[in-house]
Design a protein around this ligand. Structure first.
Ligand code: DAK
Length: 256
């Protein structure tokens, strides 16, 4: 039987493709567990410098598995492993790019938002339709959406369940780039590849510093940035980067 998450490598970029076509890539426990394990393994591998999370041409992910959720008791919901998956993905240090073609709904939209950037196909549709099922987003949607697009707009999407297309998502700042229908995955890998060519330690520091902007008051965020900047000054790669600039040649970063 085909794996529900398929791993692919293109040089220093790891590509995780959700593969549950019969259920529109619904995020079952099996899918989320496999995705987390794969991404965490890549996060420990210095050869992987950027990660792309993708679905198929037609759907990124239609959300958590409604059929499994329907059977879950209130007590089971309290101790469900689902609660751990989004925080696990959010604590990955390697930059993650969601490559979204087709539907990214509910937990699928939250999965994309948990990544650091989103490249969307012109066919992409985002939405938090949980309200139609009698629940609210549980994978961080209310918080991450509100931080990205502001309270009023997040409120509308969460309370109405309205879906938005790639262009509207781009205007709202959810999406970094909108790519043509057949180019969405290559466009995401291209962006990941640019990051993979940058000095890996500085990339991790940069990710950590930007993420802190959502989580800390300005003063603490600036202090954190200062410490990470100082750490970057201690790396061999910064000597290489600065020397290469002065010597007018390409830098050769080693991740040290
Ligand atoms: N779960 C399970 N099966 C799904 C599914 C889903 N989310 N989405 C689609 N499927 C299944 C359908 O039931 C159907 O199965 P069969 O009838 O063939 O057995 C098959 O996939 C094809 O679906 P459709 O016939 O509906 O396909 P269409 O192309 O016509 O429509 C659609 C595609 C994506 C627009 C539609 O399927 C749809 O609206 N799907 C549901 C979208 C949705 O409501 N998503 C939100 C789910 S709730 C948490 C973290 C996260 C969450 C909760 C907690 N914690 C950390 C605690 C997240 C919750 C959610 O995402």
């Amino acid at each position: 039987m085909a794996e529900v998450v398929v791993a692919e490598r293109r040089e220093h970029v790891g590509i995780a493709r959700l593969n549950r076509p019969d259920a529109r890539n619904a995020l079952s426990i099996e899918v989320m567990e496999m995705l987390c394990e794969l991404v965490e393994a890549w996060d420990r591998d210095p050869e992987v410098r950027a990660i792309v999370v993708a679905g198929s041409d037609e759907y990124f992910a239609a959300g958590a598995d409604i059929k499994a959720m329907r059977e879950r008791s209130f007590q089971e919901a309290l101790v469900n492993p689902m609660t751990s998956y989004w925080p696990r993905l959010a604590s990955v240090s390697t930059p993650m790019i969601a490559a979204v073609s087709g539907y990214a709904l509910g937990g699928g939209c939250e999965l994309a938002l948990t990544c650091d950037m989103i490249v969307a196909s012109e066919t992409a549709e985002f939405g938090q339709p949980e309200i139609m099922l009698g629940i609210i987003p549980g994978g961080g949607g209310t918080q991450r959406l509100a931080r990205v697009i502001g309270k009023q707009r997040a409120m509308e999407l969460v309370l109405t369940g309205r879906r938005i297309d790639a262009q509207e998502a781009f205007r709202m700042g959810i999406v970094n780039r909108v790519a043509k229908k057949k180019e969405w995955l290559d466009a995401a890998v291209e962006l990941a590849d640019v990051i993979a060519r940058r000095p890996p330690l500085a990339v991790r520091f940069g990710k950590q510093a930007v993420l802190a902007a959502d989580e800390t008051p300005l003063k603490a965020g600036l202090d954190n940035e200062r410490r990470l900047y100082e750490l970057s000054m201690g790396t061999e790669d910064r000597l290489e980067g600065m020397s290469a600039f002065i010597e007018k040649r390409r830098p050769d970063f080693k991740g040290r």
